[in-house]
Design a protein around this ligand. Structure first.
Ligand code: ATP
Length: 252
């Protein structure tokens, strides 16, 4: 049983997506509760990204239903989802190298508010400066806040990238491999930050990540996907003790 209880914030039911003869996601169901950090693990090609992109409105599933707070959000666009409180980070950096760190944060939230041309113009504060400063302090990037993001190390840019997803105080954030390419010395710091954000903003996170120590330490529950199917959902202790999971994945 998860330490986080309550009705589902996100509910995914029998999600399916094939590419020709390849069944990328073959009937996946799970739910994420308010305040829960939910990990998604599985071997390469097991359908994690396809599931993620279906939830985020980036690809159209063949079948299935996705609900947020009991409302059907299947096939809504990424922008509509963002306005309903769903944020995301990408595997690749989304920061704008020629803008300062602080402006990157402000612009990320302006986009959420619908200022679609905001990246084309010099960003004003729009009342978002206080939120940007709060995240700059939480992420301990005050010393680089007024530097151009492109001048930062990859690890620092990754922190900015993650902070950007939290500017609009989303109810649900989907994080796609937050540790990918990050120096191992920074991995523990990202985990601590996400725990702090989870406590502070009371948001729910879904995290795809191959770094097993990170997932086991961070997540309340973990879903294991294998060949487009859910093999197991449980607490880190339950997943570690699951013989089928050990044989198919963790034992490798
Ligand atoms: N656009 C696409 N066209 C054709 N096949 C695809 C496409 N996207 C994914 N697939 C296939 O669907 C299956 C699931 O891929 P997916 O990327 O969802 O897995 P994954 O678990 O995220 O893998 P990884 O850990 O490597 O990111 C794979 O067999 C993949 O080759």
């Amino acid at each position: 049983m998860s330490p986080v209880q309550g009705p589902a914030l996100l509910k995914v039911t029998d999600l399916k997506k094939s590419y020709g003869a390849i069944r990328a996601v073959g009937g996946v169901s799970f739910d994420v509760r308010p305040g829960e950090i939910f990990g998604v693990i599985g071997p390469n090609g097991s359908g994690k990204t396809t599931m993620f992109n279906s939830v985020l409105g980036q690809i159209t599933p063949d079948a299935g239903r996705i609900e947020l707070n009991g409302r059907d959000i299947t096939n809504l666009s990424p922008l509509e989802l963002n306005r309903r409180g769903v944020g995301r980070t990408f595997q690749t950096l989304q920061v704008f190298g020629k803008m300062t760190v602080r402006d990157n944060l402000i612009v990320a939230a302006q986009e959420h508010q619908g200022t679609m041309f905001s990246r084309m113009f010099a960003p004003g504060d729009s009342g978002l400066g206080a939120k940007a400063d709060e995240l700059i302090d939480l992420f301990r990037i005050r010393h680089v806040a007024h530097k151009k993001a492109g001048e930062l190390s990859y690890g620092q840019q990754k922190l900015v990238d993650i902070a950007m997803a939290f500017m609009s105080e989303p109810d649900l954030v989907l994080l796609d491999e937050p540790c990918a390419g990050v120096n191992p010395s920074l991995v523990g710091g990202i985990s601590t930050l996400l725990k702090q954000l989870n406590q502070k903003q009371k948001g729910s996170f879904v995290v795809i990540e191959h770094n097993m120590d990170f997932v086991m330490d961070l997540c309340h529950r973990i879903m294991v996907m294998v060949e487009g199917q859910v093999m197991a959902i449980g607490t880190p202790a339950e997943i570690r003790a699951n013989k089928q999971v050990l044989d198919a994945y963790l034992g490798n």
